[in-house]
Design a protein around this ligand. Structure first.
Ligand code: FES
Ligand code: FES
Length: 160
């Protein structure tokens, strides 16, 4: 049995794409396998880890939880679209400066969730940061360095 493909058109990291996809293709698969945006990772594909987090019209979504066709007509930003003119996004810079990663597997999702968090709440407390990142799992860092990086990116200074 053949599956009817659907055409999806979306903006990803500032460029417009239009492709025929199977309705069952997950957004994260589309980003990684069709567009080659492998900065977005897959840690579980069961909505648990947050590694696949991207922004959809400015709000964070786990891209393993939606189909590519659901992003039709929308704007997606991945970790690969954050840097501008060769300059890291302040959240990326803060993760770098605070060594907020070890293996790096969770990092793109953590950064995208942090960007979304700071868009909604530019000056979060450490408790609010922990709460905002609770859907993103990290096996390596123990989270404290991540919380400090997000706090620094928010201009709250070094909170060690
Ligand atoms: S890969 Fe999407 S939540 Fe884990
Ligand atoms: S840095 Fe390894 S899972 Fe977070």
């Amino acid at each position: 049995m053949t599956t009817t493909k659907q055409t999806v058109t979306m903006t990803v990291d500032g460029a417009q794409y239009s492709d025929d996809v199977e309705p069952r293709l997950l957004l994260v698969q589309y980003l990684r396998e069709r567009l080659g945006k492998t900065g977005t990772t897959v840690g579980c594909d069961t909505t648990n880890c947050g590694a696949c987090t991207v922004l959809l019209d400015g709000e964070s979504v786990k891209s393993c939880t939606m189909f590519a066709v659901q992003a039709d007509g929308h704007e997606v930003v991945t970790v690969e679209g954050l840097a501008q003119n060769g300059e890291l996004h302040p959240v990326q810079q803060a993760f770098h400066e605070h060594a907020a990663l070890q293996c790096g597997y969770c990092t793109s999702g953590m950064i995208m969730q942090s960007v979304s968090l700071l868009n909604e709440n530019p000056h979060p407390s450490q408790e609010e940061i922990r709460s905002g990142l609770e859907g993103n799992l990290c096996r390596c860092t123990g989270y404290q360095s991540i919380v400090e990086a997000v706090s620094a990116a928010a201009g709250e200074g070094d909170t060690q």
